[in-house]
Design a protein around this ligand. Structure first.
Ligand code: AHR
Length: 321
């Protein structure tokens, strides 16, 4: 009897094991995403990079990651490497706006779809990529301009002079942050951009250029400093401190890194327009939708907000970057 029960138990276990084996799904082929990152020029960039990588990996995509460290030629090479590896998709966070046609043609010929993230590219051929996911840089520029126009609305000052610190040339945020700002300040004929320097989105470069501008007397008569990102604003603030410049400027910055929000709270800057780096989930979901053969919108916008000296600072959420 004992033996019989034992036999039944063993048979039952075997049956269960058999069931388990049969119900195991065949392992799916892991899809490989080539993620080409622009650089490491700012804290913002580091967080944007991490957000995308982590979200893709969370969705079980295998991520091949290459960083071109702000070298546009290297970035074209990186994309060519992904094409040679025959990845299933390329996620491209481009440095520059133009010069993409021929390498993206190659990706298209190799049947590798491309998604553009953060900065955008300009091409006549819209079929070279599936979609663009990122902020509206023009809206960011307009918001910065709106702060300035509102700030001076009730003031009787006859002329308002702006010093603009631009990011790298041939990049979509630089072009559009300028366009949006100019369009908005254009509503008040008293406001003009009088001085422009380029800081390449890098703190040290902006500090050098801004220090030089101070030495050359280019800050005389300036009321507003409008900077295309926080790293460059921090560079300008360093220069102002080092050169012991006494004047109080109205300062408007973009990104909303923790360090800049701290400066806002201390009253050192007036307005910080957010550029939201947490685009990973949007990117990973869009990639997933593509492989599930679901429709994908042509442009996917990341939502941004504005923090200024008009805010209750206690409502500003922790930055995480
Ligand atoms: O492309 C987005 C910009 O690039 C961010 O504002 C800046 O910090 C980064 O370097």
């Amino acid at each position: 009897m004992k033996n019989k029960s034992f036999f039944i138990l063993v048979a039952f276990c075997l049956l269960l094991a058999g069931c388990t084996f049969n119900s195991t799904e065949p392992t799916k082929k892991e899809l490989t995403i080539g993620f080409s990152q622009a650089g490491t020029e700012s804290n913002w960039r580091k967080v944007q990079n991490q957000s995308i990588k982590e979200a893709l990996e969370k969705q079980n995509f295998q991520v091949l990651h290459r960083n071109s460290y702000s070298d546009p030629k290297q970035q074209i090479q990186d994309v060519m490497t992904f094409i040679a590896y025959q990845v299933d998709m390329i996620v491209l966070s481009p440095i520059e706006e133009t010069g993409w046609d021929s390498v993206l043609e190659e990706a298209k010929e190799a049947n590798i779809p491309v998604i553009i993230v953060d900065r955008n590219i300009t091409t006549e051929k819209q079929d070279l990529y599936l979609t663009h996911i990122g902020s509206s840089f023009k809206a960011q520029g307009s918001r910065a301009g709106l702060y300035v126009t509102n700030h001076y609305q009730q003031k009787t000052q006859e002329s308002i002079q702006v010093f603009e610190i631009r990011g790298s040339e041939n990049t979509s945020p630089t072009r559009l942050r300028s366009d949006g700002f100019l369009e908005t300040i254009g509503r008040d004929p008293r406001i003009h951009v009088r001085q422009v320097i380029t800081g390449d989105y890098i703190r040290l470069k902006a500090k050098e250029q801004f220090s030089k501008a101070i030495d050359e007397g280019k800050l005389e008569g300036i009321d507003v400093i409008y900077s295309h990102n926080d790293e460059m604003t921090l560079g300008a603030l360093d220069a102002i401190k080092e050169k012991k410049l006494e004047k109080n400027f109205v300062i408007v910055s973009i990104d909303a890194q923790k360090e800049m929000i701290d400066q806002l709270k201390k009253g050192k800057v007036n307005c910080v327009v957010e550029c939201n780096p947490f685009m990973g989930e949007l990117v990973a979901n869009t990639v997933k939708r593509y492989f599930e053969k679901k429709a994908i919108p042509q442009d996917i916008y990341v939502s941004d907000t504005v923090f200024s000296d008009q805010n209750d600072f206690s409502t500003i959420p922790p930055r995480g970057y």
